[in-house]
Design a protein. Sequence first.
Length: 655
Amino acid sequence: MEFQAETRKLLDIVTHSIYTDREVFIRELVSNASDALEKFRYKQASGDVTSADSIPLEINIYTDSNRKTLTIVDNGIGMTRDELIGNLGTIARSGSKNFVENLKNGDGADKSATDGIIGQFGVGFYSSFMVSDSVEVASLSASDASATAHKWSSDGSGQFTIDTVPSEEVSEHLAQHRGSRITMKLKPTCEDYADAEKIKAIIKRYSSFVAFPIKVNGEAVNVVQAIWAKEKTAVTEEQYDDFYRFIANTYDKPVYRLHFRADAPIELKCLFYVPRFHSEKFGMGRTEMGVNLYSRKVLIESKPKDLLPEWLRFLKGAVDSEDLPLSLSREKAQNSNLVRRIKEVVTRKFLRFLSDEMKNNPASYREFYLEYHMFLKEGVCQDYAFMGNLSKLLLFESSSVENDVISLDDYISRCTPEQKHIYYLVAPNREAALNSPYYETFKKHKIEVLFLYNTIDDFVMNNIKEYGGRSFISAETSSVDLSKEGSLTSKDGEDEESGDKKDDKKAAVKALSDSEAEDICAWLTVTLGSKVKSVKVTKRLSDSPAIVTDHESGALRRMMKMVEQANAGRKEVDALPAQTMEINPSHPLIVALYQLKDNPGSVASLVAQQLLDNCLMQAGLVEDPRYMIPRLNDLLLATATHHKNELDYDKKTQA
């Protein structure tokens, strides 16, 4: 007989052009076998077929490396002669799809009975010809008590034969006198599919969660259940742990587990885990996506890149949809707009879960955040759609709270109504932040500052820009003006540690007058040359002599430096631009520098250069301070010489 699809070309297209990976023929044939078992189970439950045996429904696969054959056997519903011709002799006719449609159209039918049916297109069987020179299907229908077994055979050339299986040979083909047996004579280039271990690996990848047991040469392969498809109350902790170990290939306990169902835009069954650790922090490269896409418990796409945002690549788990439109090869979802909608729904569900954990279980959330904060910050910078949700999940150290972290909502809750900004300071650690000259004015005015320690943090704040009606401002900018922020400073502008507790030496120094301050600013501008674009007086400093403001973020420059290193050392970061320098006219160093600047042979120029470099280091803008060593040696020499001369003078006067 000839295929009713009429042309060999169509068969060639089906068997050689639809699938990108030929190993999926195992998935297709196992899915067909599962459908046959599901049909038998339904018809048995409805009384349409009877069976006296108590043999469990299962799929058996046999490999024969000597004969170069691969055989798949199921004890399901089987097929009559007409069904063999109709289902296998007609390309793109799906017996499973017809079965589902008949059930759905039937009066009083149990619609849930269709849930376990996998097949849709009627082409999966022909994937066997990708690896086979010939295929033989022996089948005996359980629906027809008088039916005899028949054997369908083809070499994929466009013709097939149907023969009756003699009764004495039925047991040889179908030991349980029902179901189907597919025997494939493998092509010389595909003889590795007669290897049992290879078949096991393919089944574990694609068909681990088929509803029926799968055995390869008698050994059970799919021992882990598709627990995501069950109700949460029906899954034990041990089953959750077993599935996590299977899908994450690890033996630790996850930090979080999220098991849920959603019905929009289509019905979804999802199970996510957050591992206790991730490997990116150890420099092991970018983590690949960890969530698989299934349809009716059969793998459709392993770790697809468009199912979840890239910043959620640390998640492990499964997303299953029975209604997801699939490509003909069932290797990808067909509707990209629908996939994007699924991504949005699933992502928002996970973010709500994290928000609830942050509120209800702060200790466990902090453990999660400590490990995964960089992924959330990556999302803030890359994913505008979820920036607001992610911003709520961020935690930072604060000048007002020791040994703990706070959220942006916590910060805002302590702001006075007049405060219109959220202030932050990037520093290597808390000690450096507390001792930073940029923090002095906030300390004096008792205004809370977020302390950021990670390279990416400044970039994150610049991306968020505004939160809760307040804009983000770096403490390192010249625009910091706390006079209108409702600060808690005392009337004289001193904090608790001012006044009597000030250093006696500093208190004894008379501040420069306005004209003297203008004079030293002009002198510094000339002395420092192209390194500064302006030098001006500031009132924000109390303990430090000077700062640079409105500079390019030191954290951003460090990020650019990492890019430079990743580019094999090519220079991607330009030299520092000219800086805006602000000086404290009451600081002893500035006063002394004013007195030295006009004295010939003084170290005033060296001090000015070092003062600027000190400011740059405070701002995190100095990548390699070794260039300062010659100047520091000159300053040390000048200091030592000065003290030696003083000692010599004292000795002479005492003599």
